[in-house]
Design a protein around this ligand. Sequence first.
Ligand code: RM4
Ligand code: MN
Ligand code: MN
Length: 430
Amino acid sequence: MTARSERLASLDAGRAERVHERDFAALSERLEGEGVSAETLVAEVQRFEVALPSWAFATGGTRFGRFSGTGEPRTLREKMEDAALVHSLTGAAPRISLHIPWDAARDMDEVRADARRLGIGFDAVNSNTFQDQPGQPLSYKLGSFSNPNPAIRRQAIEHHLQVIEVGKAVGSRALTVWLADGSNYPGQMSLRGSFERVRECLEEVYAAMPDDWRLFTEHKPYEPAFYATVVQDWGSSLLLAQALGDRAQCLVDLGHHLPSVNIELVVARLLGVGKLGGFHFNDSKYGDDDLTAGSIKPYVLFLIFHELVLAGRERLPGFDPAYMIDQSHNLKDPIEALLQTVDQLQQAYAKACLVDHARLAEFQASGDVIMAERTLKQAYETDVRPLVSEARRRRGGALDPVLAFRASGYRAQKTVARPAAPPGGAPTHL
Ligand code: RM4
Ligand code: MN
Ligand code: MN
């Protein structure tokens, strides 16, 4: 930045601070008037954390094309640098979730050393049997765990055991399994047999996990299996989690529901039986669109958090949700999209914390539909941005992470430091 633009930026920063302090004071006063402590809420938002997906730091694409930006990470180390930046600006994203083999590393000591230097940790590890890897002996074209060929199932199990080893090396505490298994045509695969084979394979993987780990089963209705996906809905996911045991729970990816499915109801059902393991946050209009959380249906995001906050306050057994993001940024700068996402999640969470549960229960009991709905809307329609900014500031983050990122010149710096990787280069850590 030039001296003049630096001076302008710091003037802007000073002004932004003053505006923030005024807005936060006004909101605090308003909330206190309603008997709500702004300090307690800020402290709650400060405790909110979400994991970043290693695969979201480079521009995504569709099967038609990919329009990459500049300065994107080419290695796990560079993805971790970007993750550390997102954490430093939000104060709420201290862990990265690895996808194996995309993030396979030759030297785990170096990965751990990088994490220490950058001040981040590791969340759930993710397996990948939805692609064939170079040199892989058998193909997953017709399925992995569901495949009728026992040798292919064995190969898929071995892959999961390796993923667990990676997770152990970095200190993960969970394994997320999303399977692309399914069929495109009636008759292609036995509908019952394929599910049984998936369950059997998962049992072996579950048994190999360390005692303090959880296994998350992730459902998805279609794509790439357009006719019949083996783990297509929360019911199938729940059957698997129940068959496996206490440390198996269901993961809800917000994009993995058919249009008009009531996702907060799915969340409530899983919470009710102690099987809600965690989330892959994103948003969608049609299906697995992987758009920024809160960009299309922010009220749904709030209603989901409402179920979660309620479950937390009621101390439901088995309630320990793992919050993760799973998005693909095709148009936005991936770092900006993740900063925006974390902010949207913090806002939805803060609003859910504002719901007056006692009043809501009274209105539900007396059958007052309007007042019950208004109790939710009252919280949802509160502008909590000053509260969230304050929480971020107290955790050492920025009042407005996207603007702070733009002012930092990080992307321009990385554009020089990270020239585009040669096409087809194998994923490496260094
Ligand atoms: C899938 C699913 C998984 C993710 C892959 C990349 O649709 O959401 O969670 O690991 O995409
Ligand atoms: Mn997902
Ligand atoms: Mn997905």
